[in-house]
Write a protein that binds this ligand. Structure first.
Ligand code: NAD
Length: 283
């Protein structure tokens, strides 16, 4: 039987709808949530992501600003801009779009964002809080993945969850969120031996690699919940995930499409974090 398609687009729309109400309540108290995005350089994909985030802000009534800096921006100029936004009372969330130009130290830049405005959840303090299970901002993509799994009606407690990809922004924080929900978690990466055999153990399989159609049907346990984080631009201009969707949907129990799965949820969770940052600023 073909898998249930997990519709991230409509789930994100529902979430944004409820966020509108939260924004209206804040505006009634004299605070409009604000998000500042810093775009350094001219990576075309980053430009699209930043524009989509600003559009989602408009849609929910959140103020947004895009700060464009040239590819050759100095670290000092970038850090000064972050410091200015940290001090700006109209801005509750500050994000630095990744990847940064190569001459910049991403750790130093991300740690310059005030943890209270770090709505991407990439500051060491917020990632550390996640490790310890303490309150903090959780990165949008892993948070969105958790919502999608829940929406699919899958309880991960005691089940095998396999994540393919060990990045700081997706794979590792997602492993911590799944652990918090009592899943048994395995993280695979480029040096994993026999990825297919490990992946086939998964009740919940998450692909976050950046290789089109790496996950084939023979790597999926029948009935598994498959979440595709990958966004890959093919030679013909079309988008593809890390999962061979057409073949895997015949085996899986539920599956996210690309586009229309994780992507919209990532943005909705970012807006949720911005609204939360604004609420915390007046609590
Ligand atoms: P990354 O590029 O930082 O790391 C890729 C990971 O994949 C590494 O941990 C590497 O070890 C692993 N890997 C590489 N080749 C492998 C192989 N053959 N087998 C197993 N593992 C392998 O990853 P990232 O920044 O987490 O991004 C991953 C993908 O997710 C990209 O396509 C990116 O565009 C996408 N992404 C999507 C969203 C979204 O909102 N949907 C957000 C972030 C990233």
């Amino acid at each position: 039987m073909a898998a249930k398609i997990i519709d991230g687009k409509s789930l994100a729309a529902q979430l944004r709808h409820s966020l509108k109400t939260a924004v209206a309540a804040l505006v009634a108290r004299g605070v409009r949530p604000g998000l500042a995005a810093i775009l350094a350089g001219d990576d075309p994909a980053s430009r699209v992501y930043v524009r989509n985030k600003a559009r989602a802000c408009d849609d929910t009534g959140v103020h947004s600003e895009i700060h464009e800096l040239p590819e050759n921006v100095s670290e000092r100029t970038l850090l000064e801009r972050i410091a200015r936004l940290n001090a700006d009372r109209a801005v509750h969330g500050v994000l630095v779009q990744l990847p940064l130009p190569r001459h910049l130290d991403a750790h130093r830049v991300l740690d310059a964002v005030s943890p209270a405005k770090d709505v991407d959840g990439f500051h060491a303090a917020n990632l550390g809080a996640l490790v310890q299970g303490r309150p903090g901002f959780v990165p949008g993509t892993p948070a969105g993945v958790m919502r999608l799994i829940e929406h699919a009606g899958v309880d991960v407690a005691g089940r095998q969850a396999v994540i393919v990809g060990r990045s700081n922004i997706v794979g590792k924080p997602l492993a911590l969120l799944l652990l918090q929900k009592d899943a048994t978690v395995t993280i695979c990466h480029s040096r994993t031996r026999d990825l297919a055999a490990v992946a086939r153990q998964a009740d919940v399989l998450i692909a976050a690699v950046g290789r089109p159609r790496l996950i084939t049907a023979s790597m999926v346990k029948p009935g598994a919940c498959v979440i595709d984080v990958g966004i890959n631009r093919l030679a013909d201009g079309k988008l593809a995930g890390d999962v061979d969707f057409d073949a895997v949907k015949e085996i899986a129990g539920s599956i996210t499409p690309v586009p229309g799965g994780v992507g919209p949820m990532t943005i909705a969770m970012l807006i949720a974090n911005t609204v939360r940052a604004a609420e915390l600023s007046i609590e």
